[in-house]
Design a protein around this ligand. Structure first.
Ligand code: ADP
Ligand code: GLC
Length: 481
């Protein structure tokens, strides 16, 4: 089939989180299965310097914009066979220091930036000579392409417009803005109502995607069920229940070309489930790199994350206060809310021989943390899929996760299946419950044979993209009839 995927971030061009990993890997997997795939994403600062083979297309974008019009340019790059990446170029929107935020504040013109991007996506869907049959949209930044295509179809669009699939990676980010921005969409008033883009008097981009896409998915089966409940629905559970027949949960895969321990440019010591010696060597390197004492037999815990409410950083800090009385070490890499950054820094200052913190975004270091740690902590309040727990499994690092969303779908606890156990799960959202799970991990740490079995079970677990990509292509096929 011919598929166009649109996302505001795509690895290796831009990334703030798992969205970029997911879309980049899905595109590659689909292309390798023989589909013709286009990816479309904004041309952010620095991308052309990193990929000098990006070329300008002889194509001027021109889209309606309320009473006026907006233009832009299109660049492209043949990433591999069957896989072309299109970049939407509008320097005043996208040539900036950050993707969505700078110094902890969202750009005030984000609604215009991503409305423009969504219009550019629809423009491409209309005019690309290879005529995509499916348009796969991701998160609020591209959601509005769904009502835009819907409206073109209502008007009896002259070309065969693609069917739309909208994937929700995170319901908590909806792109809610003032109602006045609606005029820029050029959609008719009929799309502005409680079963449309309107949301308590405001304009909700994500809701527009949910209402008007032909099919919906989210990134794990459990999260698909959770978001139809009030507790997880972020005030959109009613809409999602109404569209439940069109909603499926498909667990993300892992790009094992990128996330592996045997051929990895960021790891000094390769290892595999057959030979774990390299893992111990990576632990020593990591302790040294992070400025911690090199102690082979002290269990090392890690976490890499955006510092936001979702990730359960409050639980993490609370549980560590309790657990640092025992002999453990903890390394952290991440950035986000300034109060949480400061709290992490304070913890490291108080326990310099046990806690090391790096505030920032560092992909090479993220691989070394995954490889060097014994345990990976992921106490998320909610987690649509979560990728780090799956990376941890492949790296032989036992994940400790809360039973929610994709964490529950991808990690096996002893209570789920003693033979296949590869991680530790806890339920209650409290530091006490996390500390209890960490105490279980200490017991496991002192049972080397059992620990080894957990690690090997994790390393052998298979989340390859092949299966996930097949599930998506079945949906594209279903949409295209
Ligand atoms: P989310 O998308 O909600 O942030 P995921 O677990 O799906 O969570 O994906 C997070 C991705 O972003 C992983 O690839 C993780 O390694 C990466 N990541 C997050 N924070 C950082 C950071 N500070 N430095 C490097 N990589 C990071
Ligand atoms: C979102 C979610 C995360 C998921 C990622 C990729 O960022 O927060 O759980 O893994 O998207 O789908």
């Amino acid at each position: 089939m011919r598929i166009l995927l649109a996302s505001s971030e795509i690895h290796p061009y831009s990334k703030t989180g798992g969205l970029a990993d997911m879309v980049g890997a899905l595109g590659k997997a689909l292309a390798r299965q023989g589909h013709q795939v286009g990816l479309v994403t904004p041309l952010y600062r620095g991308v052309r310097e990193k990929f000098p083979d990006i070329q300008r297309l002889d194509w001027w974008l021109d889209v309606p914009w309320g009473e006026g019009r907006q233009g832009g340019q299109v660049f492209h790059r043949q990433a591999e066979k069957n896989l072309t990446v299109y970049f939407i170029d509008r320097p005043d929107f996208f040539d900036r220091n950050g993707l969505y935020t700078e110094h902890g504040h969202g750009y005030p013109d984000n609604p215009e930036r991503y409305l423009f991007f969504s219009k550019a996506v629809v423009h491409l869907a209309n005019y690309l000579p290879w005529r995509p049959q499916a348009l796969h949209l991701h998160d609020w930044q591209t959601a509005l392409a769904a009502p835009l295509v819907h409206w073109q179809r209502q008007q009896g669009a002259p070309v065969n417009l693609p069917r739309t699939l909208f994937t929700i990676h995170n319901l908590a980010y909806q792109g809610i803005c003032d109602a006045r921005f609606y005029a820029l969409t050029n959609l008719p008033p009929a799309y502005w109502w409680p079963d449309g883009c309107e949301f308590f008097g405001a304009f909700n981009f994500l809701k527009g995607g949910i209402e008007y896409a032909d099919l919906l998915t989210t990134v794990s089966p459990r999260y698909a069920r959770e978001i139809t409940t009030e507790a997880f629905g972020c005030q959109l559970d009613g809409v999602l229940r109404r569209r439940a027949a069109q909603l499926t949960g498909i667990l993300n895969g892992v790009d094992y070309e990128e996330w592996n321990t045997e051929h990895n440019p960021y790891l000094r010591h390769p290892y595999s489930w057959r030979n774990l010696a390299g893992k111990a060597a990576n632990k020593r390197e990591l302790q040294r790199e992070m400025g911690l004492p090199e102690r082979e037999h002290v269990p090392l815990y890690g976490n890499i994350s955006r510092l936001v409410d979702q990730k359960g950083t409050d639980l993490l800090l609370g549980a560590l206060e309790e657990m640092l009385a025992t002999e453990i070490q903890f390394v952290f890499l991440g950035s986000g809310e300034p109060v949480l950054e400061a709290a992490c820094r304070r913890l490291a200052a108080r326990y310099p021989a046990q806690v090391a913190v790096r505030i920032g975004f560092d992909q090479p270091l993220s691989h070394r943390i995954e490889a060097g740690c014994d345990f990976y902590l992921m106490p998320s309040r909610f987690e649509p899929c979560g990728l780090n727990q799956m990376y941890s499994l492949r790296y032989g690092t036992v994940p400790i996760v809360r039973r929610t969303g994709g964490l529950d779908d991808s990690v096996v606890d002893y209570l789920d299946d003693p033979r296949r156990a590869n991680g530790i799960k806890f339920q209650e959202y409290s530091s006490r419950a996390l500390a209890r799970a960490m105490r279980k991990s200490l017991a496991l740490y002192h049972e080397p044979a059992l620990l080894r079995r957990y690690r090997i079970n994790g390393m052998k677990a298979d989340f390859s993209w092949d299966r996930t990509a097949r599930e998506y292509s079945a949906l594209y096929q279903k949409m295209a009839g």
